[in-house]
Design a protein around this ligand. Structure first.
Ligand code: ADP
Ligand code: MG
Length: 408
């Protein structure tokens, strides 16, 4: 019997229609096929397993790398009436959760990879009914990815112990190399890969060398109304930048980093989400799992870690589809620091780091279309010019090629 997911989409989620490739992904999952979904941040990846979890007999096991993210997801899933639980080191009701799973009382069970790969967990699954494996942030399985997690490598034996259970890998951030590696590592056939369009046409990209990044960012903050995020490199810099921007621009500015007192951090985040004009100075710890559609600008005060990270961080702007700007101010010293980091990383045999830096170099130094470089990086074939980045809007003078060669 064919399952039609559309009525369920409407009754459970209250959405009138699927977005982009969601329907394709959900249809494959319901047909029991192994799938890799590559979809940008905000495209609605969670729905691709949440919806099947409500339709399939049994439990969807979701592997997710961060406990905080799992708890956000748990709250969201429970709010729409799905029967969900997390099984993590900080949960006190683990026995109850196991019982609910064994009784067939769970649509969704969220676990971290280090737990999912244990014999205990496999044993638990065998005594109940797993309906689907969803591997979120699947790029973590690849050394080519920007966030390799060795624990993800240990998932394969678990998946292979349940060959009949469909598997769905999801990621926002995978270049061609990483995608091929995810397929290989998780045993998904090549035709099982579904890639959504990555373009965010309402985001204008603007990238400039820094001279005085505080002043440059203050100009952005002053000139761009609406909520904004300023990404800086260190925890200390978030607080310093917030104080300076408050003094210079007079706008409401807060700081956010993982080392803040949890109550302060939670309040700053909640205030930002509720505000229509607040600016958040943050480390890259900020933004994951935050659903704020009306962010009007994201400004990077320094080089992001990779093109994937840049895409993900800038992608937090303009989710409502209205115009938004992504500013990046970079300096040669950012490349020097990154090269130093690579030196350390390479001793741990992480391939791809050097290519990642070269790709970033190409993005920041191009005289051509920024969007074209981004989209080509994600395997698309964009037009030569987008008409909505700094270089398309005001073409720069020719670059000095020797200058480029010297930097990395
Ligand atoms: P991702 O994990 O891909 O970054 P999420 O799963 O967090 O994205 O979804 C992003 C937002 O899009 C959520 O607020 C979600 O409710 C919303 N969303 C997902 N699918 C749809 C849809 N078909 N129609 C409308 N909104 C949707
Ligand atoms: Mg997600």
């Amino acid at each position: 019997m064919a399952l039609d997911p559309l009525p369920q989409l409407q009754t459970i989620f209250g959405f009138p229609a699927f977005r982009g490739v969601q329907e394709q992904v959900v249809t494959r999952v319901l047909a029991g096929e192994r799938t890799l979904a590559v979809m940008p941040t905000g495209a609605g990846k969670s729905l691709c397993y949440q919806l099947p979890s409500a339709m399939l007999e049994g439990t969807c096991v979701v592997v997710s790398p961060l406990i905080a993210l799992m708890h956000d997801q748990l709250r969201a899933a429970t709010a729409i009436g799905l029967r969900a639980a997390t099984l993590t080191s900080v949960d006190e009701n683990k026995a109850e959760t196991r019982g609910r799973y064994l009784d067939g009382g769970l649509d969704l069970l969220y676990v971290a990879p280090e737990r999912a790969s244990t014999a205990d967990f496999r044993d638990l699954l065998e005594r109940g009914r797993p309906a689907l494996f969803a591997i979120d942030e699947a790029h973590c399985v690849s050394e080519w990815g920007h966030d390799f997690r060795p624990d993800y490598r240990l998932l394969r034996p678990l998946l292979d112990a349940f060959p009949e259970v469909p598997r769905l890998a999801l990621t926002a951030t995978a270049d061609a190399h990483t995608r091929a590696d995810i397929l290989e590592q998780l045993g998904i056939p090549h035709e099982g890969m579904i890639v959504a369009g990555f373009d965010r046409p309402n985001i204008r990209y603007a990238i400039r060398p820094k001279d005085n990044s505080t002043r440059q960012i203050a100009d952005v903050v002053r000139d761009t109304p609406g909520p904004g995020i300023v990404y800086v490199q260190t925890r200390a810099a978030t607080e310093k930048m917030a104080a300076q921007l408050t003094a210079i621009t007079g706008r409401p500015v807060r700081a956010y980093h993982a080392g803040l007192d949890p109550a302060v951090r939670a309040r700053n985040q909640a205030d930002f989400v509720a505000s229509e004009d607040m600016v958040m100075c943050a480390t890259v710890a900020f933004g994951m799992g935050i659903d704020k559609p009306d962010v009007r600008f994201v400004a990077h005060a320094g080089l992001p870690k990779s093109i994937e990270a840049y895409y993900q961080e800038t992608g937090r702007a303009g989710r409502d589809g209205d115009p938004a700007v992504a500013h990046l101010f970079w300096g040669a010293e950012d490349f020097a620091r990154a090269r130093q980091r690579i030196g350390e990383v390479e001793q741990h045999r992480q391939p791809g780091e050097r290519q990642r830096l070269a790709a970033l170099g190409a993005l920041v130094e191009t005289a051509g279309c920024r969007r074209a470089i981004l989209l080509r990086h994600f395997g698309e074939h964009p037009p030569e010019r987008c008409g909505n980045c700094d270089n398309c809007l005001s073409p720069p003078a020719a670059l000095d090629a020797t200058e480029t060669a010297r930097k990395y």
